[in-house]
Design a protein around this ligand. Structure first.
Ligand SMILES: Nc1nc2c(ncn2[C@@H]2O[C@H](COP(=O)(O)OP(=O)(O)OP(=O)(O)O)[C@@H](O)[C@H]2O)c(=O)[nH]1
Ligand SMILES: [Mg+2]
Length: 297
């Protein structure tokens, strides 16, 4: 199996050289994509190129995802591995990744579970929230949906690729793969302290991730799942309406004018939540059948 490593690099002059020498023994092809860096990243990358290490350049900065796509397009391996150009992800886990792929997993995630103190606290909180949300949406337990260190068979990229420009890409890709019923493996990895300056802007990227997740959740839900989930919005709004009126009465006239309102509110909201859950289950089962059919055909 030929292994292609794709490394997006944007102003990573401090770390790039060390990253390449660390990954060299583990890959058959290393593709660096310099994304219009304004520091000496490009010069350093050029000095590293040889038969194995190749460099592609974007004249202007186009974002991490554009760089990843350029990398995959020019790669020729059976397996593609993504990693960051910042020394955070140790290369030594690659053999474990390959083992998982050989065992039939479609997407392998380097799940940051060892020395997580190297992830800033705020980002760790974000990781926890988004991974939980991703797990709820996809019906699968995923500890680290956002990791940038991941592997898959090259032909799978077309299925996993999602509409995103920056760091919300990984989370969306994970959820899409999970939603579509592909097999995801997590390999617990150590996360090292970053070399150089972080490009992550936690609040902005957090918002993008949140809305990105909702879009994937809805887009990747099967029509039947959507049909079941759709009325839930009406029931929840109705429930909230009745609940608010009841609260208003309780706090202004101090007794309930419409004594059934709280009951209607609770039932409506519960019904809404039930419908969402049933929709998710139906969707999950439909996807499972789809994958089964795909395997049989
Ligand atoms: N090509 C390209 N790469 C980028 C861009 N922004 C970030 N990157 C690269 O994408 C990788 C991930 O960015 P990071 O800043 O490490 O973000 P992160 O890993 O979520 O956060 P840290 O924990 O701070 O490292 C790094 O290798 C960056 O060089 C960009 O605009 N273009
Ligand atoms: Mg990083």
């Amino acid at each position: 199996m030929k292994i292609s490593l794709v490394i997006p690099a944007f102003n990573e002059e401090k770390a790039l050289k060390a990253v390449i020498s660390e990954y060299e023994p583990y890959a058959d092809e290393i593709i660096i994509v310099d994304d219009g860096s304004s520091d000496s990243t490009c010069r350093i990358a050029e000095s590293l190129t040889d038969g194995k290490v190749r460099l592609f350049r974007h004249e202007k900065n186009q974002g991490k995802v554009a760089a990843l796509r350029t990398g995959v397009t020019h790669s020729s391996g059976d397996i593609v591995i993504f990693t960051d150009a910042d020394c955070t992800y140790p290369a030594r886990y690659i053999p474990d990744f390959l083992e998982k792929i050989e065992a039939g997993y479609d997407l392998v995630l380097g799940s940051r579970q060892i020395r997580t103190e190297n992830i800033p606290l705020f980002n760790r909180l974000g990781n926890f929230i988004f991974s939980s949300l991703a797990a709820y949406i996809s019906g699968k337990t995923i500890v680290d949906s956002q990791t940038g260190f991941r592997a898959f068979r090259r032909e799978m990229f077309a299925k996993f690729d999602v509409d995103a420009k920056s760091l919300e890409f990984e989370t969306k890709m994970t959820v899409r793969a999970a939603k579509l019923g592909y097999k995801i493996a997590e390999v617990p990895i150590e996360y090292r302290e970053r070399v150089g300056i972080s490009k992550l802007r936690p609040v902005r990227d957090g918002f993008k991730m949140f809305f990105g997740l909702l879009t994937v959740a809805w887009n990747e839900t099967s029509p039947l799942g959507k049909m079941i989930m759709f009325p839930s919005a009406i029931f929840i709004l109705l429930g909230l309406g009745f609940g608010l009126v009841a609260l208003y009465e309780r706090f202004t006239v101090y007794y309930l004018v419409n004594e059934y309102y709280p009951l209607i509110a609770v039932f409506s909201i519960l019904l809404g939540i039930q419908l969402i859950s049933i929709g998710l289950i139906v969707d999950y089962l439909t996807k499972k059948l789809d994958r089964l059919e795909e395997k049989l055909s």
